[in-house]
Design a protein around this ligand. Sequence first.
Ligand code: HEM
Length: 359
Amino acid sequence: MDPSVLVPTPDTLPVSWGWFQILLIVTLFLHIILMNVMLGTGIIAFVSLFRNNGSATHLSRDISGKLPFALAFTVNFGIAPLLFVQVLYGNFLYASSVLMATFWLSVIGLLIVSYYLAYIFNYKYDSFESGRLLLLGFSVTAMLLIGFLMSNNFTMMQRPDVWVRYFDKPTGLLLNLGDPTLFPRYLHFITAAIAVGGLSIALFYQYLYQRGDESALERVQYGCNWFGYATIVNFGFGFWFFGSLPAFVHNIKTLTGSLIALFLLAAIILGGFSIVFSLRGRVMQTLYTVLPTIFVMILVRDLVRVAYLKPYFSLSDLTVVPQYSPFILFLIFFIGGLVLVWWMLRLGWRALNNREVQS
Ligand code: HEM
């Protein structure tokens, strides 16, 4: 069967696709960073507790208070890219979401479970000593499962050739396990999350150190080490991921292929610098090199999708039926929303500082 007959006709767009593409990249960048902070610090806190046989550790206690917030931000900043990716690739994403519908819908349940457990872990940190490790362990496992389902859906959407499996198993229980890119891609994301989690720990303790807490210094290097070693491992997963991609995706003779090569080269150089900086304990330099690395990687991820879908679809095929006013209104609310979130965070930060100064 020709898989292209399975691809639904796309909806029209109110403005040119470029606008949605920029919004998708920017909001996905925010989502991925927040997800990394949430998942990475969750995993590191778990390891810290596990090594201490479940007894309280300074680090896991500090992280317990922040995990529910990180989760809330990750979810909220996931909704925006979900909207934009549906606008641009709805005809692919809806199809793959239906094929794995049972798993896809379970993301909501997993989120609720993860959220509740993170809250209980925080509120009962001292009183619920024996269950501490389990609470955090299950919360993090639910997050890992969500990430795995995300990788399944975002790889299956770009492979209409595997959709035909539906006719043998019309149950909404299909995953994309046969795709050679799935596991390296997933491991690449998770290891990056661990690295960024380590860096956020380093940043947090660096802040406390600058405010006079001498004991925070050793935790700065601890966080940096997590970043550095996880990123070294991630170079391995990255090359494995690249090697698993079909040749036509990164064919240097195509525009997409040469852009992928260029961006990858930039990411490898920046990533290399970030490792050196982190192992030397230079927190801010690590941050300044890793943020553009993540951004460039998100561009590569998008280009990979463009290349995969080329036989079926190109964004420039989308028909524009101009309707500027709803889009302008949306942009005003979007920017206003971001400003409000920024203002709220500043207020929270100031309140925290005042409390610390008073105590
Ligand atoms: C615990 C919570 C979450 C985790 C661990 C997580 C993790 C991930 C990961 C690993 C990816 C990349 C997948 C890949 O490309 O292989 C991803 C992408 C994405 N996530 Fe999340 N996510 C979470 C929650 C959410 C939620 C709640 C939403 C939406 C409401 C969301 C929306 C998205 C979207 C739209 C993308 C990809 C967009 C694109 O393909 O351009 N995420 N997420």
